[in-house]
Ligand binder design. Structure first.
Ligand code: NYM
Ligand code: MG
Length: 207
């Protein structure tokens, strides 16, 4: 049995990640499953959801950071089994969001290396597409409803993502500029990249 591939789409809020994840999964048909992080359906995920949606529900930055990571660990074995069974797993956010959103808070001691530590040992994607946009996230419908959806903080997260990419080396990561591009244009751009990774023979990798 040839193992499935782990494909990650990352980026700021409202850059079209979820739409493209669905496009990719639909294009791959029965051979693919979509997993979105945070997975808000688990016990840990419910706490994370409350933190994101209820501004009166406070947690220390370190605690929520570890919960996001714990949420990924909860699903590690499930993802591993699916890959072994030949399914492709498409991830909507993962480790890089985990590190960038937390490190962007600028809290003393919570630097990139501290933030990355709890994720060490998780499966490393065969392909990571990072959706980058220069502006216009405020225009997206619904923006501002959840914690972190503030233009100024998003700018900090954007810069932090690129610092994360400097520190956590990954030759399978590609930046896609989605500014002013339609859903179809972005999909045409990523389709060949997905096709390539699906057809490659690769060993398994962990962070
Ligand atoms: N987020 C997501 C984190 O802060 N850390 C993480 O580890 C992950 C996976 O959750 N603003 C943040 C980024 C988003 C928020 O994600 C909810 P989404 O994709 O908007 O549901
Ligand atoms: Mg969001």
């Amino acid at each position: 049995m040839v193992r499935g591939k782990l494909i990650l789409i990352e980026g700021l809020d409202r850059t079209g990640k979820s739409t493209q994840c669905e496009n990719v999964v639909n294009a791959l048909g029965n051979d693919a499953v979509l997993i979105k992080f945070p997975d808000r359906t688990t016990k840990i995920g419910q706490l994370i959801n409350q933190y994101l949606t209820d501004k009166d529900f406070e947690l220390p930055a370190q605690s929520i950071h570890l919960l996001f990571s714990a949420n990924r660990w909860e699903l590690k074995e499930e993802i591993h089994s699916m890959l072994k069974a030949g399914k492709h797993v498409v991830l909507d956010r993962y480790v890089y969001s985990g590190v960038a959103y937390s490190a962007a808070k600028g809290i003393q001691g919570m630097d990139i290396s501290w933030c990355f530590n709890p994720d060490k040992g998780l499966l490393k994607p065969d392909l990571t597409l990072f959706f980058s946009n220069s502006s216009n996230m405020r225009d997206r419908e619904g923006f501002g409803e959840e914690r972190y959806e503030k233009v100024e903080f998003q700018r900090q997260v954007r810069d932090t993502f690129f610092n994360v990419f400097d520190q956590i080396k990954d030759s399978n990561r590609i930046v896609i500029d989605v500014s002013d591009k339609s859903i179809d244009e972005v999909f045409s751009e990523i389709k060949p990249l997905i096709h390539d990774v699906i057809n490659k023979e690769l060993g398994e990798c962990v962070y």
